[in-house]
Design a protein around this ligand. Structure first.
Ligand SMILES: O=P(O)(O)OC[C@H]1O[C@](O)(CO)[C@@H](O)[C@@H]1O
Length: 398
């Protein structure tokens, strides 16, 4: 049995993980301190974190932190005291966001407790004029035959993943300008398997593990509404993060804001969708759930028993976004031709990944596709220009 390749790390200068710590995080911190009027102590703590995470060793969470013991168990025991770049990239990046909350006082009793540092960015996105256009487009979809409308809603949820605030913080690398690139790069389309999996299930429960708030969460909610309204889901469960994470990851507050945005939209279809979603929340047809593991620095291979049991009854679990993909298949440089089924066979239910590629890991591609993409000389694995709809159903065909 061949051993797994070692996890990505951020200590190789100019590698993608290195650029996240050395380029993206400084841009994020600058933006955060511009937007939120934190006081001197918080500003100094945020800046210290940037220095520590690029040149220092992993310092533990303070003993007062409610999840101090949790992070020790999640790997801190072995990793604290070592350079950040020597930790798995997934671990270190996740810990960076946890420490950012520590620096801003999110978990400490006091005036800043519970204040989402990324709320101003998320709110601005949700209020933005692009959203009006996207919601108005729902009116046109209502005229389409069922199958085409379903495909359009699935595509909207998929490409909504491109609208990620953290992604937009990345200064575009010279000559690669991805802004405005047409979303034509669907590398794998298991959409038909997704629909047939749902159609074949009786009283299906559909779980959706959300990624970003705002322009990604809106089409996710619209998709869930479509599944519930059309009977493809008897029940839907939307999993969100228990606290702010990776800049724009959705929390319960963000779901409520998105439902309200739909509800208050001028277009009839968006408003109807918002009304149905509110009703679904109140009747329990749509449930919001969370779990500390959604902010854990670990792959889904290590799902805790309670969450594993909970997901195991689902007819389908839909995982949104790049980070969930990294956690699903394992954040390692697998050959891109590794079978998707082999990479996700550990997951407790049939699973669908809807992901635009914003980091290096990818599986389930055909060799000629990989060769053709490599030959373009563009950063196709990280630029958000390409996407996947990958589905694994243990009893299915892939
Ligand atoms: O919001 P998404 O789709 O999970 O993307 C987040 C991605 O952004 C990064 O933080 C930086 O590219 C990745 O490491 C991460 O996987």
């Amino acid at each position: 049995m061949p051993t797994d390749p070692p996890a990505f790390r951020s200590d190789l200068p100019h590698s993608f993980p290195w650029s996240v710590f050395h380029r993206r995080h400084p841009a994020l911190v600058t933006q955060l301190l511009d937007v939120v009027p934190y006081g001197p102590a918080q500003r100094a703590a945020v800046r210290d974190l940037l220095v520590e995470s690029t040149t220092g060793v992993l310092e533990p969470l303070g003993e007062h932190a409610p999840d101090h013991a949790q992070w020790l168990a999640w790997g801190g025991r072995e990793l604290y005291g070592r350079p950040w770049g020597e930790a798995p990239f997934l671990w270190a990046e996740s810990y960076f966001y946890r420490r950012l909350l520590e620096a801003t006082g999110y978990f400490r009793p006091g005036a800043w407790q519970g204040v989402d540092p990324f709320a101003p960015l998320k709110n601005a996105e949700l209020a933005g004029p692009e959203v009006d256009g996207e919601l108005a487009a729902l009116d046109g979809l209502s005229e389409l035959p069922d199958e085409r409308r379903a495909a359009a809603l699935l595509a909207a949820a998929l490409w909504g993943n491109r609208a990620d605030l953290s992604f937009r913080l990345q200064p575009p690398a010279a000559g690669t300008g991805t802004a405005g690139a047409p979303p034509s790069g669907l590398l794998v389309d298991h959409g038909p398997l997704l629909w047939s999996t749902l159609a074949a299930a009786s009283s299906p429960r559909v779980c959706l593990i959300a990624d970003n708030a705002g322009r990604e969460l809106l089409p996710d909610l619209v998709l869930l509404d479509h599944l519930l309204a059309g009977g493809l889901a008897a029940e839907a469960v939307l999993y969100v993060k228990p606290h702010p994470y990776y800049v724009s990851d959705a929390t319960t507050t963000d779901v409520l804001a998105a439902v309200e945005r739909l509800y208050a939209a001028p277009g009839p279809q968006a408003a109807l969708t918002g009304r149905r979603l509110r009703r679904a929340l109140t009747t329990g047809a749509l449930t919001l759930r969370t779990h500390p593991f959604f902010c854990a620095p670990l792959p889904f291979h290590d799902l805790p028993a309670d969450l594993r049991t909970e997901l195991s009854g689902a007819a389908l679990t839909i995982l949104k976004g790049d980070l969930n993909y990294r956690r699903l298949v394992g954040d390692r440089p697998w050959p891109a031709t590794t079978a998707f089924a082999a990479a996700v066979g550990h997951f407790p239910s049939p699973v669908a990944a809807l992901r635009t590629l914003k980091s290096e890991v990818v599986v389930g591609l055909e060799a000629p596709v990989v060769a053709a993409l490599d030959a373009t000389g563009t950063p196709w694995r990280t630029g958000g220009t390409h996407a996947l709809i990958q589905v694994h159903h243990p009893a299915g065909t892939r």
